[in-house]
Design a protein around this ligand. Structure first.
Ligand code: EPU
Length: 338
Protein backbone atom coordinates (compact mmCIF):
# COMPACT_ATOMS: atom_id res chain seq x y z
CA UNK A 1 0.00 0.00 0.00
CA UNK A 2 1.42 3.35 -1.04
CA UNK A 3 2.07 5.63 1.92
CA UNK A 4 2.75 9.33 1.81
CA UNK A 5 4.56 10.62 4.88
CA UNK A 6 4.79 14.23 5.94
CA UNK A 7 7.60 16.29 7.38
CA UNK A 8 10.22 13.54 7.56
CA UNK A 9 13.99 13.79 7.95
CA UNK A 10 15.96 12.99 4.79
CA UNK A 11 19.08 12.13 6.77
CA UNK A 12 18.78 8.35 6.12
CA UNK A 13 18.16 9.01 2.43
CA UNK A 14 21.28 10.95 1.46
CA UNK A 15 24.82 9.59 1.67
CA UNK A 16 26.16 12.96 2.89
CA UNK A 17 23.99 12.40 5.97
CA UNK A 18 22.64 15.96 5.86
CA UNK A 19 19.69 16.44 8.21
CA UNK A 20 17.01 18.32 6.27
CA UNK A 21 13.27 17.67 6.13
CA UNK A 22 10.94 16.86 3.25
CA UNK A 23 7.40 18.15 3.46
CA UNK A 24 6.15 14.96 1.70
CA UNK A 25 7.79 11.59 1.09
CA UNK A 26 6.66 8.42 -0.72
CA UNK A 27 8.58 5.18 -1.23
CA UNK A 28 7.79 3.33 -4.46
CA UNK A 29 8.10 -0.47 -4.62
CA UNK A 30 6.50 -1.15 -8.03
CA UNK A 31 5.34 0.51 -11.22
CA UNK A 32 1.82 0.13 -9.82
CA UNK A 33 2.80 2.25 -6.80
CA UNK A 34 4.01 4.86 -9.25
CA UNK A 35 0.66 4.78 -11.08
CA UNK A 36 -1.18 5.16 -7.75
CA UNK A 37 1.04 8.10 -6.82
CA UNK A 38 0.52 9.61 -10.27
CA UNK A 39 -3.23 9.70 -9.62
CA UNK A 40 -2.85 11.81 -6.46
CA UNK A 41 -3.22 15.58 -6.32
CA UNK A 42 0.06 15.82 -4.47
CA UNK A 43 1.96 14.33 -7.41
CA UNK A 44 0.43 16.87 -9.77
CA UNK A 45 0.77 19.93 -7.56
CA UNK A 46 4.01 19.48 -5.62
CA UNK A 47 7.58 20.00 -6.73
CA UNK A 48 9.08 16.50 -7.17
CA UNK A 49 12.43 15.07 -6.22
CA UNK A 50 13.23 11.55 -7.40
CA UNK A 51 15.72 9.82 -5.11
CA UNK A 52 17.67 6.62 -5.71
CA UNK A 53 20.39 6.02 -3.12
CA UNK A 54 20.77 9.77 -2.53
CA UNK A 55 24.47 9.33 -3.14
CA UNK A 56 25.04 12.19 -5.54
CA UNK A 57 23.14 14.97 -3.82
CA UNK A 58 23.86 17.75 -1.34
CA UNK A 59 20.84 19.19 0.45
CA UNK A 60 21.40 22.78 1.49
CA UNK A 61 17.84 23.37 2.77
CA UNK A 62 14.60 21.58 3.64
CA UNK A 63 12.78 20.18 0.63
CA UNK A 64 9.38 21.73 0.24
CA UNK A 65 7.78 19.21 -2.09
CA UNK A 66 7.30 15.50 -2.66
CA UNK A 67 10.35 13.25 -2.42
CA UNK A 68 9.83 9.99 -4.32
CA UNK A 69 12.24 7.26 -3.21
CA UNK A 70 12.57 4.51 -5.82
CA UNK A 71 12.75 1.03 -4.27
CA UNK A 72 11.58 -1.12 -7.21
CA UNK A 73 13.48 -4.41 -6.88
CA UNK A 74 14.09 -7.50 -9.02
CA UNK A 75 16.80 -8.83 -11.32
CA UNK A 76 16.19 -11.09 -14.35
CA UNK A 77 18.74 -12.49 -16.77
CA UNK A 78 18.17 -13.66 -20.31
CA UNK A 79 21.04 -15.61 -21.85
CA UNK A 80 21.54 -15.78 -25.64
CA UNK A 81 24.76 -17.61 -26.45
CA UNK A 82 27.60 -15.69 -24.76
CA UNK A 83 25.51 -12.60 -24.38
CA UNK A 84 23.36 -11.91 -21.32
CA UNK A 85 20.74 -9.22 -21.00
CA UNK A 86 20.23 -8.46 -17.33
CA UNK A 87 17.26 -6.33 -16.34
CA UNK A 88 17.35 -4.80 -12.86
CA UNK A 89 14.77 -2.76 -10.98
CA UNK A 90 15.67 0.88 -10.41
CA UNK A 91 15.72 0.42 -6.63
CA UNK A 92 18.29 -2.38 -6.60
CA UNK A 93 21.40 -1.25 -4.73
CA UNK A 94 24.07 -0.88 -7.41
CA UNK A 95 26.64 -3.02 -5.65
CA UNK A 96 24.10 -5.82 -4.98
CA UNK A 97 23.48 -5.86 -8.73
CA UNK A 98 27.25 -5.99 -9.41
CA UNK A 99 27.62 -8.87 -6.93
CA UNK A 100 24.77 -10.77 -8.60
CA UNK A 101 26.55 -10.39 -11.98
CA UNK A 102 29.95 -11.39 -10.59
CA UNK A 103 28.46 -14.43 -8.79
CA UNK A 104 26.82 -15.59 -12.03
CA UNK A 105 29.89 -14.83 -14.15
CA UNK A 106 28.08 -12.16 -16.17
CA UNK A 107 30.99 -9.93 -17.13
CA UNK A 108 31.02 -6.20 -17.77
CA UNK A 109 30.27 -4.38 -14.52
CA UNK A 110 32.99 -5.81 -12.25
CA UNK A 111 35.10 -2.63 -12.56
CA UNK A 112 32.13 -0.69 -11.21
CA UNK A 113 32.12 -2.59 -7.90
CA UNK A 114 31.23 -0.72 -4.73
CA UNK A 115 29.96 2.45 -6.40
CA UNK A 116 27.31 3.77 -4.01
CA UNK A 117 23.76 4.35 -5.21
CA UNK A 118 21.06 2.47 -7.06
CA UNK A 119 20.63 0.92 -10.50
CA UNK A 120 18.03 3.52 -11.53
CA UNK A 121 20.43 6.38 -10.92
CA UNK A 122 23.30 4.77 -12.81
CA UNK A 123 22.40 6.01 -16.32
CA UNK A 124 21.55 9.52 -15.13
CA UNK A 125 25.16 10.52 -14.59
CA UNK A 126 26.67 7.65 -16.58
CA UNK A 127 28.55 6.35 -13.54
CA UNK A 128 32.11 5.29 -14.19
CA UNK A 129 35.25 4.01 -12.51
CA UNK A 130 38.45 2.14 -13.27
CA UNK A 131 38.28 2.38 -17.05
CA UNK A 132 34.58 1.50 -17.50
CA UNK A 133 31.48 3.64 -17.80
CA UNK A 134 27.86 2.59 -17.52
CA UNK A 135 27.37 3.41 -21.22
CA UNK A 136 29.77 0.56 -22.14
CA UNK A 137 27.24 -2.02 -20.87
CA UNK A 138 23.96 -0.14 -21.21
CA UNK A 139 21.29 -1.76 -23.39
CA UNK A 140 18.13 0.22 -22.49
CA UNK A 141 16.05 1.56 -19.64
CA UNK A 142 12.36 2.00 -18.95
CA UNK A 143 11.17 5.32 -17.62
CA UNK A 144 7.90 6.79 -16.41
CA UNK A 145 6.98 10.13 -17.94
CA UNK A 146 6.08 12.41 -15.06
CA UNK A 147 3.50 14.57 -16.82
CA UNK A 148 1.59 11.82 -18.67
CA UNK A 149 2.26 8.61 -16.73
CA UNK A 150 3.41 6.77 -19.89
CA UNK A 151 6.27 4.26 -19.78
CA UNK A 152 8.93 4.85 -22.42
CA UNK A 153 11.94 2.74 -23.39
CA UNK A 154 15.23 4.56 -23.94
CA UNK A 155 17.87 2.83 -26.03
CA UNK A 156 21.58 3.64 -25.96
CA UNK A 157 21.38 6.35 -28.62
CA UNK A 158 18.43 8.06 -26.94
CA UNK A 159 20.45 8.66 -23.78
CA UNK A 160 23.24 10.93 -25.16
CA UNK A 161 25.80 9.58 -22.72
CA UNK A 162 28.97 11.53 -22.06
CA UNK A 163 31.44 11.82 -19.16
CA UNK A 164 29.15 11.94 -16.08
CA UNK A 165 26.32 13.13 -18.37
CA UNK A 166 23.15 11.89 -20.06
CA UNK A 167 19.91 13.26 -21.45
CA UNK A 168 18.32 12.65 -18.03
CA UNK A 169 20.59 15.33 -16.55
CA UNK A 170 20.17 17.78 -19.43
CA UNK A 171 17.27 18.09 -21.94
CA UNK A 172 14.98 15.70 -20.05
CA UNK A 173 15.96 16.73 -16.53
CA UNK A 174 13.04 16.26 -14.15
CA UNK A 175 10.79 14.74 -16.82
CA UNK A 176 11.22 10.99 -16.31
CA UNK A 177 11.56 8.47 -13.51
CA UNK A 178 13.76 5.52 -14.49
CA UNK A 179 12.07 2.31 -13.32
CA UNK A 180 14.47 -0.37 -14.64
CA UNK A 181 17.73 -0.70 -16.54
CA UNK A 182 18.81 -3.50 -18.90
CA UNK A 183 22.51 -4.25 -19.28
CA UNK A 184 24.27 -6.12 -22.09
CA UNK A 185 26.81 -8.38 -20.39
CA UNK A 186 28.81 -11.40 -21.46
CA UNK A 187 29.53 -14.88 -20.17
CA UNK A 188 32.96 -14.61 -21.80
CA UNK A 189 34.80 -11.99 -19.76
CA UNK A 190 37.00 -9.46 -21.46
CA UNK A 191 39.01 -8.41 -18.44
CA UNK A 192 39.87 -4.71 -18.32
CA UNK A 193 42.72 -3.97 -15.94
CA UNK A 194 44.20 -1.13 -18.00
CA UNK A 195 43.60 1.25 -15.09
CA UNK A 196 47.01 1.09 -13.40
CA UNK A 197 45.90 0.56 -9.82
CA UNK A 198 43.99 -2.65 -10.69
CA UNK A 199 47.00 -4.33 -12.26
CA UNK A 200 49.21 -3.39 -9.34
CA UNK A 201 46.62 -4.70 -6.86
CA UNK A 202 46.25 -8.02 -8.75
CA UNK A 203 50.03 -8.40 -8.88
CA UNK A 204 50.20 -7.85 -5.13
CA UNK A 205 47.68 -10.65 -4.76
CA UNK A 206 49.77 -12.91 -7.00
CA UNK A 207 46.98 -13.18 -9.59
CA UNK A 208 48.18 -13.49 -13.18
CA UNK A 209 45.02 -14.55 -14.99
CA UNK A 210 42.24 -12.77 -13.12
CA UNK A 211 38.58 -13.69 -13.38
CA UNK A 212 35.83 -11.14 -12.86
CA UNK A 213 35.58 -11.94 -9.14
CA UNK A 214 39.30 -11.12 -8.79
CA UNK A 215 38.84 -7.81 -10.62
CA UNK A 216 35.81 -6.97 -8.50
CA UNK A 217 37.72 -7.75 -5.29
CA UNK A 218 40.72 -5.66 -6.42
CA UNK A 219 38.51 -2.69 -7.31
CA UNK A 220 36.63 -2.99 -4.02
CA UNK A 221 39.93 -2.98 -2.15
CA UNK A 222 41.25 0.09 -4.01
CA UNK A 223 38.00 1.98 -3.47
CA UNK A 224 37.88 1.14 0.22
CA UNK A 225 41.44 2.32 0.76
CA UNK A 226 40.90 5.64 -1.06
CA UNK A 227 37.30 6.58 -0.48
CA UNK A 228 35.42 7.08 2.80
CA UNK A 229 32.54 4.68 3.52
CA UNK A 230 29.35 6.79 3.47
CA UNK A 231 27.83 4.68 6.25
CA UNK A 232 30.45 6.05 8.66
CA UNK A 233 31.62 9.33 7.05
CA UNK A 234 29.00 11.14 4.99
CA UNK A 235 30.08 11.92 1.42
CA UNK A 236 28.91 11.77 -2.17
CA UNK A 237 32.03 10.43 -3.87
CA UNK A 238 33.80 12.84 -6.20
CA UNK A 239 32.32 16.25 -5.49
CA UNK A 240 33.67 17.80 -8.71
CA UNK A 241 34.15 16.52 -12.25
CA UNK A 242 37.63 16.14 -13.64
CA UNK A 243 37.91 19.22 -15.89
CA UNK A 244 38.26 18.56 -19.62
CA UNK A 245 40.10 21.31 -21.47
CA UNK A 246 41.41 22.01 -24.97
CA UNK A 247 45.02 21.23 -25.85
CA UNK A 248 45.93 24.90 -26.37
CA UNK A 249 44.61 25.77 -22.89
CA UNK A 250 46.60 22.89 -21.46
CA UNK A 251 49.79 24.18 -23.14
CA UNK A 252 49.59 27.40 -21.08
CA UNK A 253 48.93 25.53 -17.83
CA UNK A 254 51.64 22.87 -18.24
CA UNK A 255 54.19 25.60 -19.02
CA UNK A 256 53.60 26.97 -15.50
CA UNK A 257 52.92 23.61 -13.76
CA UNK A 258 55.06 20.97 -15.52
CA UNK A 259 54.09 18.12 -13.15
CA UNK A 260 50.31 18.55 -13.57
CA UNK A 261 48.48 15.17 -13.61
CA UNK A 262 46.58 14.82 -16.90
CA UNK A 263 45.17 12.26 -19.35
CA UNK A 264 44.39 12.50 -23.08
CA UNK A 265 40.78 11.86 -24.01
CA UNK A 266 39.73 9.93 -27.11
CA UNK A 267 38.45 13.14 -28.73
CA UNK A 268 41.79 14.94 -28.52
CA UNK A 269 41.19 16.94 -25.34
CA UNK A 270 42.95 16.86 -21.97
CA UNK A 271 41.38 15.65 -18.74
CA UNK A 272 42.92 17.07 -15.57
CA UNK A 273 42.85 15.24 -12.23
CA UNK A 274 40.72 17.51 -10.06
CA UNK A 275 41.95 15.67 -6.94
CA UNK A 276 45.51 16.67 -7.80
CA UNK A 277 44.58 20.32 -8.45
CA UNK A 278 42.77 20.49 -5.09
CA UNK A 279 45.63 18.80 -3.27
CA UNK A 280 48.14 21.25 -4.78
CA UNK A 281 46.06 24.10 -3.38
CA UNK A 282 46.59 22.67 0.09
CA UNK A 283 43.09 21.29 0.72
CA UNK A 284 43.77 17.57 1.00
CA UNK A 285 42.63 16.22 4.37
CA UNK A 286 41.76 19.70 5.64
CA UNK A 287 39.00 19.89 8.23
CA UNK A 288 36.84 23.02 8.14
CA UNK A 289 34.25 23.01 10.94
CA UNK A 290 32.21 19.83 10.44
CA UNK A 291 33.24 19.40 6.81
CA UNK A 292 36.48 19.02 4.88
CA UNK A 293 38.16 17.01 2.13
CA UNK A 294 39.02 13.33 2.52
CA UNK A 295 42.55 12.55 3.68
CA UNK A 296 43.18 9.98 0.93
CA UNK A 297 41.33 11.66 -1.95
CA UNK A 298 40.97 15.43 -2.09
CA UNK A 299 38.16 15.24 -4.66
CA UNK A 300 35.79 13.90 -2.01
CA UNK A 301 34.16 16.35 0.42
CA UNK A 302 32.99 14.80 3.68
CA UNK A 303 30.62 15.39 6.56
CA UNK A 304 32.52 14.84 9.82
CA UNK A 305 29.26 14.40 11.71
CA UNK A 306 26.99 17.37 11.90
CA UNK A 307 27.79 19.42 8.81
CA UNK A 308 25.04 21.43 7.20
CA UNK A 309 24.67 21.36 3.44
CA UNK A 310 25.52 25.06 3.31
CA UNK A 311 28.79 24.44 5.16
CA UNK A 312 29.79 21.81 2.58
CA UNK A 313 28.67 24.06 -0.25
CA UNK A 314 30.72 26.99 1.11
CA UNK A 315 33.79 24.78 1.28
CA UNK A 316 33.24 23.71 -2.33
CA UNK A 317 33.03 27.38 -3.35
CA UNK A 318 36.33 28.13 -1.59
CA UNK A 319 37.97 25.19 -3.35
CA UNK A 320 36.68 26.36 -6.74
CA UNK A 321 38.09 29.85 -6.05
CA UNK A 322 41.50 28.59 -5.01
CA UNK A 323 41.87 26.19 -7.97
CA UNK A 324 40.79 29.01 -10.28
CA UNK A 325 43.33 31.44 -8.90
CA UNK A 326 46.19 28.91 -8.87
CA UNK A 327 45.58 27.09 -12.18
CA UNK A 328 43.04 29.24 -14.05
CA UNK A 329 40.83 26.15 -14.26
CA UNK A 330 37.18 26.24 -13.21
CA UNK A 331 36.01 23.14 -11.36
CA UNK A 332 32.43 22.08 -11.99
CA UNK A 333 30.42 20.38 -9.25
CA UNK A 334 29.45 16.80 -10.06
CA UNK A 335 27.08 16.47 -7.11
CA UNK A 336 23.54 17.86 -7.46
CA UNK A 337 22.98 20.80 -5.14
CA UNK A 338 19.49 21.29 -3.76
N1 EPU B 1 45.12 12.63 -7.19
C1 EPU B 1 45.92 13.42 -6.40
N2 EPU B 1 45.44 13.79 -5.17
C2 EPU B 1 44.23 13.40 -4.73
C3 EPU B 1 43.43 12.60 -5.54
C4 EPU B 1 43.89 12.21 -6.78
O1 EPU B 1 47.00 13.79 -6.77
O2 EPU B 1 43.90 13.78 -3.60
C5 EPU B 1 45.65 12.17 -8.49
C6 EPU B 1 46.03 10.69 -8.39
O3 EPU B 1 47.31 10.55 -7.98
C7 EPU B 1 45.79 10.20 -9.79
C8 EPU B 1 44.71 11.09 -10.32
O4 EPU B 1 44.61 12.20 -9.44
O5 EPU B 1 46.94 10.38 -10.57
C9 EPU B 1 43.40 10.37 -10.46
O6 EPU B 1 42.95 9.93 -9.17
P1 EPU B 1 41.96 8.67 -8.97
O7 EPU B 1 42.48 7.51 -9.66
O8 EPU B 1 41.66 8.59 -7.52
O9 EPU B 1 40.67 9.07 -9.78
P2 EPU B 1 39.85 10.43 -9.92
O10 EPU B 1 40.07 10.96 -11.29
O11 EPU B 1 40.15 11.36 -8.78
C10 EPU B 1 37.73 9.30 -10.92
C11 EPU B 1 36.26 9.28 -10.69
C12 EPU B 1 35.92 8.38 -9.50
C13 EPU B 1 36.42 6.98 -9.80
C14 EPU B 1 37.94 7.04 -10.06
C15 EPU B 1 38.53 5.72 -10.46
C16 EPU B 1 35.45 11.45 -11.45
C17 EPU B 1 34.92 12.80 -11.06
N3 EPU B 1 35.78 10.64 -10.45
O12 EPU B 1 38.35 9.91 -9.78
O13 EPU B 1 34.50 8.34 -9.39
O14 EPU B 1 36.15 6.10 -8.73
O15 EPU B 1 38.19 7.98 -11.14
O16 EPU B 1 38.19 5.43 -11.79
O17 EPU B 1 35.54 11.16 -12.65
C18 EPU B 1 32.67 9.45 -8.35
O18 EPU B 1 32.32 9.83 -9.48
O19 EPU B 1 31.99 9.73 -7.32
C19 EPU B 1 33.88 8.67 -8.20
C20 EPU B 1 34.35 8.31 -7.00
Amino acid sequence: MLQIQENISLKPYNSFGIDVKASHFAEIFSEDDLKTLFATDLFKTQKLLILGGGSNILFTRDYNGLVVKLSIKGIEAQINGDEVLVKAGAGEVWNDFVNYCVDNNYAGVENLSLIPGTVGASPVQNIGAYGIELKDVFESCTAFKIDTGEIKIFNYHDCHFDYRESIFKSELKGQYIITSVTFRLSTIPSINTSYGAIEAELRLRGIIEPNIADVSAAVAHIRTSKLPDPSTIGNAGSFFKNPIIEKYEFADIVAKHPDIVHFSTTDGKIKLAAGWLIEQCGWKGKIVGQTGTWKNQALVLVNHGAATGLEVYDLSAQIIDSVKSTFEVTLEREVNIL
